[in-house]
Design a protein around this ligand. Sequence first.
Ligand SMILES: NC(=O)c1ccc[n+]([C@@H]2O[C@H](COP(=O)([O-])OP(=O)(O)OC[C@H]3O[C@@H](n4cnc5c(N)ncnc54)[C@H](O)[C@@H]3O)[C@@H](O)[C@H]2O)c1
Length: 338
Amino acid sequence: MTSHFLVVGGAGFIGSHLVAGIVSGGDHCTVLDNLQTGHLAAVDPRASFILGDLADPVTLDTVLASQRWDGVFHLADLSLVGESMREPMRYLTINPGNAGRLIDACIRHGVRRLVFTSSANVFGNADAAPLDEDTPMRPASAYGEGKFIVERMLQWAERVHGLQFACLRFFNAAGADPGGRLGEAHQPETHLIPLAIDAALGHRPPLALYGDDYATPDGTCVRDYVHVSDLVSAHLLAMERIEQSSVHYNVGLGRGYSVREVIESVGRIAGCTVPMHCAGRRAGDPAWLIASPSRIMRETGWRPRFTSLDEIVESALIWRRNHPQGYETAALQRSLLA
Ligand SMILES: NC(=O)c1ccc[n+]([C@@H]2O[C@H](COP(=O)([O-])OP(=O)(O)OC[C@H]3O[C@@H](n4cnc5c(N)ncnc54)[C@H](O)[C@@H]3O)[C@@H](O)[C@H]2O)c1
């Protein structure tokens, strides 16, 4: 039997890959997105699209009452760590507020399952050891704090209303659809791999390396990069798994790469040196973030298909070379919506 899922934030980087994964698997999908950072052209044409904002309770009620939903995926957050440290109250009101409205609407309209895209930032300043689900949560940014609050809300929603949920703490999402249709096109872009690729291709000024005096082997921050297609399978497996019980999963490869190693990988794959300069540390950046993905692997059978940094970088580079302007311009997006 086919299912019908609602993907909130399905026009964004991870969401658009998830939507393509759902419809390619034979299920139905509707996207709810306000396009503040997403792209209409990234939404698979086999999915339905609703332009709407999570902040609007009337829209949420209308969408959730419109049919029976087999599950909801929530990927629609403000997600710039640096910005969250300059505007903490904005992050602490908007992200938890929107999630609270969505959870409440799900409960009132009888949705039984919700998968929330959380973040490794709930852990804050961790040490070099891979982080499992028992690691204490001490967010070091307002963005991470907002994710933490939403995770707690979901626990109450389950306890009082029986909503089954998954919190997926993603580490660094990267790469692009191996079919070449989808990729990463944030505006502004803050993620290292697309920034390094653009610097290598001459689309941007030299890359700023934020901090080279961390307590890591080469002084630069270490992160766990996981391919966006592997995050799609993590979402789908988590949605299945919560039929049995709610879950928290840390999702990464279980291996870290430093900023310098990423820059070297981009240079190797692009066949040139990445122009760069050293800048100071950014507030809210932990030195290490490496996942222990043992629990999701054990409980759902999740296995990442892209296990090396070079493979991830290569898929991102191919997409960027073929889409130097990203997706559609704002003007084209408006005309598509007209
Ligand atoms: N990209 C990463 O490395 C990463 C890592 C960990 C967690 N996450 C989380 O995964 C999720 C998706 O990340 P992404 O990189 O795809 O982000 P993105 O900005 O590309 O996608 C977010 C989507 O949500 C939409 N959106 C935002 N606010 C909305 C609102 N109020 N109403 C309706 N739609 C709204 C945007 O228009 C966009 O299409 C986010 O919650 C983010 O915090 C991302």
